[in-house]
Design a protein around this ligand. Structure first.
Ligand code: TRP
Length: 455
C-alpha cells in the first residue's frame, strides 16, 4: 500500500530532514568521538566521510523513498517486487527500534537536565563534595543516570511527547514541530558559540579542534568517522527512505541532500567550537571529559564558570532537547509508517502500537545504566550494546545492501529519473553518484566492517 501524506513546502522538507539529521548524534556523540579519536584529525575524516559516503547514501535513500512512495520495507518491494531486497527495509525497521531504546533514554536525560537548569538544582553543590571541584557534575551525572525512577520517568515523558507530535500527522505534527524547533536550535547554537569565543583560552580550543595531526589517522578513526557520519545523517536505517516518501514530485533531491549534509557538518563544527574552547579554558581534559556523559558533565562545568550559569545551561539543554525530539520522531516514524502503509492502520493507532512497547524497552535500557548494569553480553549493557550494534554494524550493513541494490540491481533508469526529476533538472552529478554507489561505498563499507570485526 502507498501512503498519501506529503510535506507541504520546500522549507518544511528541509526543516524536517535537518531535524532528523541534527540530533544527539551531532551534539552528544560527535564531541565524544572527536575526543576519543584525536581531535582535528577526526573532524577531517568525518567531513570526508560525509561528502563521499554520506551524500551518495542519503541520495540513495531519497531515490528509494520517493520512487517507492511507501515505508522502508514496501518501497523496496515496489521497486523490486520479486526479489528479497525488502529485507534491507526490514533491517531498518528493526534497527530504528533498537536505536530508539537508548535514544529515548538520553533524550530523557536532556529533559531532566533542562528541568534542573530551570530550578537551579543543577548548580547546587552536592553534599560531601568539595565545592568548585571537577567531580561535582560527574558525580551528579553518575548518580542520576544509575538511578531507578527519575531517568525512567523522563524516558516515558519523552516518548509521550514524541508520540503526541507523531499522532498529529506528517504535516501538522512532524513538519510543524520541525518548522518551529529548528530555527530555535540555530539561534541558540550561535549565541552559545559567540559566548564560547570570549573564553580565555578559546584559541587553544580551536587549535585542538581544527589543526589535524595526521599521524593520528588510524583505521579505527576511519571506522568511527564513518559510523558517526551515518548516524549523524540518519542513514542506513530507513529514516530517509521514509521521509523521502513524503517529499514532493518536484523536490530537488541533490540540493536537499547537499543542504542537509552541509548543515549537519556546520552544526557539528559549531558544537566543537563551543566545547573545546571551554575544555581548554577551564582545564577539563581529565576525568570528566570522556564518553557518553561528556555533554552532561563538561557543559555544566563550563557554564558554572561563566557569568550566569543558569542562563547558559537553560539555553543549552533546550537546544539538546529540541535536537533530540526532532530526531526521535524521525526514528519512530520508520515503524509508524510501516504499520500505516503495510496494514492500512490509522496513524493514531500505529503510534500507540509503536510507542507502548518502547516504554518497556526504554525503561529496561535506562535501568541497564544502574540496577541492571550486570546484565551484559560481550561486555555490553542493553544500553551500550544497542548503540554499538546499530552504529558500528547494522547501519553500515543497511547502507551496504542499499548501495548494492541501487548500484547493481535496481531498474536501469531509476536513479537518473529521480535525481533529475524525470529530466527536468541537470544531471551532470548522476554519473558520479552512480559510480560511488556502485564501486566506492560498498567496497569501503566492507573493508571497514571487516577491519572492525577483526581488530
Ligand atoms: N541523526 C540523528 C542524530 O544525529 C539520529 C538519527 C535519526 C538516526 N534517525 C536516524 C540515526 C536513523 C541512525 C539512523 O542524532
Amino acid at each position: 500500500m502507498a501512503n498519501n501524506s506529503e510535506f507541504s513546502s520546500k522549507l518544511g522538507i528541509i526543516a524536517a530532514t535537518v531535524g532528523s539529521a541534527v540530533g544527539l548524534g551531532n551534539i552528544w556523540r560527535f564531541p565524544a568521538e572527536t575526543q576519543a579519536n584525536g581531535g582535528a584529525a577526526f573532524l577531517l575524516i568525518y567531513v570526508v566521510c560525509v561528502l563521499f559516503f554520506g551524500i551518495p547514501v542519503m541520495l540513495g535513500e531519497f531515490v528509494i523513498g520517493r520512487a517507492g512512495r511507501s515505508d522502508a520495507i514496501n518501497s523496496y518491494k515496489k521497486l523490486s517486487p520479486d526479489k528479497p531486497w525488502w529485507v534491507a527495509g526490514l533491517f531498518g525497521v528493526v534497527c530504528s527500534y533498537l536505536i530508539l531504546t537508548f535514544y529515548m533514554v538520553v533524550s530523557g536525560w536532556t529533559m531532566e537536565y533542562l528541568y534542573q537548569s530551570i530550578t537551579g538544582e543543577l548548580f547546587r553543590p552536592l553534599e560531601g563534595v568539595e565545592e568548585g571541584s571537577n567531580v561535582q557534575f560527574l558525580q551528579r551525572m553518575d548518580e542520576y543516570v544509575s538511578g531507578v525512577w527519575p531517568p525512567m520517568i523522563w524516558t516515558w515523558i519523552n516518548i509521550a511527547v514524541c508520540g503526541l507530535i507523531l499522532s498529529m500527522g506528517v504535516q501538522k505534527g512532524i513538519e510543524k514541530a520541525s518548522n518551529i524547533m529548528m530555527p530555535m536550535l540555530f539561534v541558540i547554537l550561535i549565541v552559545l558559540c559567540i559566548s564560547a569565543m570570549t573564553l580565555p583560552k578559546a584559541s587553544e580550543g580551536l587549535a585542538y579542534f581544527f589543526n589535524p595531526d595526521f599521524s593520528k589517522i588510524t583505521p579505527k578513526v576511519w571506522i568511527s568517522a564513518l559510523g558517526q557520519a551515518f548516524f549523524s545523517l540518519s542513514l542506513g536505517m530507513g529514516t530517509m527512505i521514509t521521509y523521502a516518501s513524503y517529499f514532493k514530485k518536484d523536490t530537488n533531491l541533490m540540493q536537499t541532500a547537499v543542504t542537509v549534509s552541509g548543515i549537519g557538518i556546520f552544526v557539528a563544527i559549531l558544537v566543537g567550537m563551543i566545547i573545546f574552547p571551554g575544555v581548554m579554558s577551564f582545564g577539563l581534559e581529565g576525568e570528566s571529559f570522556k564518553g557518553s556523559t561528556l555533554v552532561f558533565v563538561t557543559f555544566p562545568e563550563i557554564f558554572n564558570r561563566m557569568w550566569c550559569p543558569q542562563l547558559w545551561s537553560i539555553l543549552f539543554f533546550t537546544l539538546l532537547a529540541v535536537a533530540a525530539i526532532t530526531s526521535s520522531i524521525s526514528i519512530s516514524e520508520v515503524s509508524i509508517a510501516y504499520f500505516c502503509d503495510h496494514y492500512g492502520m490509522k496513524r493514531k493507532m500505529a503510534t500507540v502500537i509503536v510507542m507502548l512497547p518502547l516504554m518497556v524497552l526504554g525503561a529496561l535500557s535506562s535501568l541497564s545504566n544502574g540496577v541492571l548494569s550486570d546484565m551484559t553480553l560481550f561486555g555490553f549493557t542493553i544500553f551500550s550494546g544497542c548503540d554499538a550494534l546499530t552504529a558500528d554494524v547494522i547501519m553500515p550493513l543497511g547502507a551496504l545492501i542499499m548501495s548494492v541494490f541501487l548500484g547493481w540491481f535496481a531498474p536501469k533508469n531509476l536513479i537518473r529519473e529521480q535525481l533529475t526529476n524525470g529530466g527536468k533538472l541537470k544531471g551532470y552529478f548522476v554519473a558520479p553518484v552512480i559510480f560511488l554507489l556502485k564501486w566506492v561505498t560498498p567496497i569501503v563499507i566492507v573493508i571497514i566492517l571487516v577491519t572492525s570485526l577483526f581488530t
